[in-house]
Design a binder for this molecule. Structure first.
Ligand SMILES: [Cu+2]
Length: 232
C-alpha cells in the first residue's frame, strides 16, 4: 500500500510497511463501524413529535454488552498489533546483524547539515582514506551497513524514508544501528527532529549504488588512491 507512494529499499522496510497496513486496517475497520453505528443511532432515534426521550443509565446487562463486547474485540486486535510491533522493533532496533562484508558509516547531524563519513578503499573507518561528504551518503546495494550516529550540537533525527528508518541523534552519544539497502536509486535523507530555524534546510540525499558504481565513486573521491591502499 505504502510502496506505491514511497519505494521500500531496505530489508526491514516490508516489515514496517506491514505494520502500517495492519494498524491502518484494524483501526480503520473499528473507526468506520463505530461512526456508522453512532450516526445510525442518532438518525434513528432523532426527535419525533409525541415521543419522549428515553433515560438510559447503562446499568442493564443488555446495555453493558455494547461496551464490553467491542472492548474485548479491540483488545484482541491490540494483541496482534503489539505482537508484530515488538517483532519489528526487535529486528530494527535491538538486533544488530553482522556479515563478513559489512561496513560502518558515520552519520553526524549538525545545525544544519548531515555529515557522512564513508570508509575509503581499505573498507575501514578512521583511516587516512576516509571520504567525508556533506548531505551526500553513498552506499552499496545489498551490503549490510552499521551506522554510528551522533550530533554535533542539538537533537536531530536521522530519517531515511525509503528504508523506513528513523533514529534520534543525541549530542555526546554515539548510537549504533544498521540497514541493508535492497534497491539502487537516489532518495531523500531528512531530519525528523525540530533542531532550529534551518531544520527544514538539511535535506541530504542517499545514493544506493551497484558495487561497480560504488567502487568507482570511492576511487574518484578518496584522497588516497586505491593502488596505495592495496600496496600497503
Ligand atoms: Cu536537524
Amino acid at each position: 500500500m505504502i510502496e506505491r507512494l514511497l519505494p521500500a529499499a531496505s530489508t526491514s522496510a516490508t516489515e514496517i510497511d506491514f505494520l502500517f497496513s495492519l494498524i491502518f486496517w484494524l483501526v480503520g475497520f473499528w473507526f468506520v463501524l463505530s461512526e456508522a453505528i453512532f450516526f445510525g443511532l442518532i438518525l434513528r432515534f432523532r426527535k419525533r413529535e409525541g415521543r419522549k426521550a428515553q433515560y438510559v443509565t447503562g446499568e442493564l446487562q443488555s446495555e453493558k454488552r455494547w461496551i464490553t463486547v467491542p472492548h474485548l474485540l479491540v483488545l484482541v486486535c491490540d494483541v496482534f498489533i503489539v505482537f508484530f510491533a515488538v517483532r519489528a522493533w526487535h529486528q530494527v532496533k535491538q538486533d544488530l546483524p553482522t556479515a563478513p562484508t559489512q561496513q560502518v558509516v558515520r552519520v553526524e547531524g549538525a545545525q544544519w547539515a548531515w555529515i557522512f563519513t564513508h570508509p575509503g578503499p581499505d573498507g575501514k573507518l578512521d583511516s587516512a582514506d576516509d571520504i567525508r561528504k556533506v548531505n551526500e551518503l553513498h552506499v552499496e546495494v545489498d551490503r549490510l551497513y552499521h551506522f554510528q550516529l551522533t550530533s554535533r550540537d542539538v537533537l536531530h533525527s536521522f530519517s531515511v524514508p525509503v528504508f523506513r528508518l528513523k533514529q534520534d541523534a543525541i549530542p555526546g552519544r554515539v548510537i549504533t544501528g544498521w540497514f541493508q539497502p535492497t534497491k539502487t536509486g537516489e532518495h531523500d535523507v531528512q531530519c525528523a527532529e525540530i533542531c532550529g530555524i534551518g531544520h527544514g534546510l538539511m535535506p541530504a540525499r542517499i545514493h544506493i549504488e551497484t558495487s561497480e558504481q560504488h567502487a568507482a565513486w570511492i576511487a574518484a573521491n578518496s584522497t588516497v588512491s586505491v593502488a596505495a591502499v592495496a600496496g600497503r
